[in-house]
Design a protein around this ligand. Structure first.
Ligand SMILES: Cc1ncc(COP(=O)(O)O)c(C=O)c1O
Length: 394
């Protein structure tokens, strides 16, 4: 079937909630995707920071095939080994103590919000329910997480939103202090505001937020759904700084394309949940956890994390070189393989679509940023090729 016919059929069968490009992908290999007409695309989107190992990773595929023949689901009425192994790796890698598995970033944040309230109410009283989140943040699309998302454009037409969420300016300690009330129980933030436009956190601010939370018994939640699992060159982006969250939320790269989310929590806050307080039918299923085990092994034992640091530095240098050549690039920012260029007076969608015609996939972020989140296996040569295509259209 021709691509245009499939796109037409897709438009007929799907609810109209996505703005989709008229491309139908069929397969992937390494850092490349191929559409059904055989056209090859260099992928600097990786399923929006999901396909950490690129496409057709042999070890991942083999492990999944083996697990398919063993067991894919048995519910949380029982234990399974892949989930215990994956949890142990997340605990060892994070310095936190306990794990809950779910299926997506929104679900991970939903769990984090619920656990914060449960923990706070149990320990400090029923009036401790207010959660402070940041303006320009993004935390997911459920009613709770879209309320936590500090961007009105995503909340239109959904009122009434969840009560008990307050917003304050990111990277502004005074704003945070003045948002605190007697009801505050938790603070939620991203180490890099990804969807918000690759806005990086100020390290001193982050440390001060940790101190403030400690002094007031607030639960500090880091949403590392996009920044976690090696994306920034550390297993978790907070490890770039000398801080630790009480709750860490994860998804995207955690399954390298197989849907899985998680929260990783210190033992004090984990006690907020008792049996029956929270659940996810598919959470911790052995198939998804097998993917997590492969990703974490490759990052931590296979040298991939080290490679991300090296390639991230290279990507950043190349983008800075491009900025020095082009007047319309006003900023280059990010950590590791999560970088963005901010542009002035440019039509970002048309730059992205021109690059796509030439076989390079890019995605925007915020109102004026092009984001670079390639698979973590990207090579220097592929970075050079991407920059060369982008160079033509800026
Ligand atoms: C920081 C952050 N949190 C949460 C989410 C929501 O994740 P999901 O789409 O898996 O629910 C995203 C998705 O882009 C994200 O970037």
């Amino acid at each position: 079937m021709k691509m245009s016919e499939l796109v037409k059929q897709g438009k007929e069968v799907f609810i109209n909630n996505y703005k989709q490009f008229p491309i139908v992908f069929e397969r992937g290999e390494g850092a490349y995707l191929f559409d059904i007409e055989g056209k090859k695309y260099l992928d600097f989107v990786s399923g929006i920071a999901v396909n950490a190992l690129g496409y057709s990773d042999m070890e991942l595929n083999q492990a999944l095939k083996n697990q398919l023949d063993q067991l894919t689901h048995c519910s949380n009425l029982y234990y399974n080994k892949p989930s215990i192994d994956a949890a142990e790796k997340l605990i060892n890698g994070s310095g936190l103590d306990k794990v809950f598995f779910c299926n997506s970033g929104a679900e991970a944040n939903e769990a984090a919000l619920k656990l914060s309230r449960k923990y706070a109410k149990k320990n400090f009283g029923d009036d401790k329910f207010e959660i402070i989140t940041m303006k320009n943040s993004f935390h997911g699309r459920t009613i709770a997480t879209i309320t936590a998302t500090g961007q009105e454009k995503y909340q239109k037409g959904l009122s009434p939103l969840l009560p008990g969420i307050k917003y304050c300016e990111y990277n502004n300690l005074e704003a945070l202090k003045s948002t605190i009330t007697k009801n505050t129980c938790a603070v939620l933030l991203e180490i890099i505001q990804g969807e918000g436009g690759i806005i990086t956190i100020n390290p001193d601010y982050l440390k001060a937020v940790r101190k403030l939370c400690d002094e007031n018994n607030f639960v500090l939640i880091f949403d590392e759904v996009q920044t976690g699992i090696g994306r920034t060159g550390e297993l978790f982006a907070y490890q770039l700084f000398d801080v630790k969250p009480d709750i860490l939320s994860l998804a995207k790269g955690l399954g390298a394309g197989i849907p899985i989310g998680a929260i990783v929590v210190n033992s004090k806050v984990a006690e907020g949940f008792e049996p029956g307080d929270h659940a996810a039918t598919f959470g911790g299923n052995p198939l998804a956890c097998t993917a997590t085990n492969v990703v974490l092994d490759k990052l931590l034992k296979g040298g991939l994390l080290h490679k991300v640091k090296e390639q991230g530095k290279y990507l950043n240098e190349k983008l800075v070189e491009l900025m020095n050549k082009k007047d319309n690039i006003i900023d280059v920012r990010g950590f590791g393989l999560m970088q963005g260029i901010a542009l002035e007076n440019e039509d970002i969608p048309s730059i992205i679509s021109n690059c796509m015609k030439e076989g390079l996939l890019l995605v925007g972020a915020g109102s004026n940023v092009i984001r670079f989140v390639p698979p973590l296996i990207i090579s220097k040569n592929e970075i050079d090729n991407a920059i060369a295509i982008l160079d033509k259209w800026l």
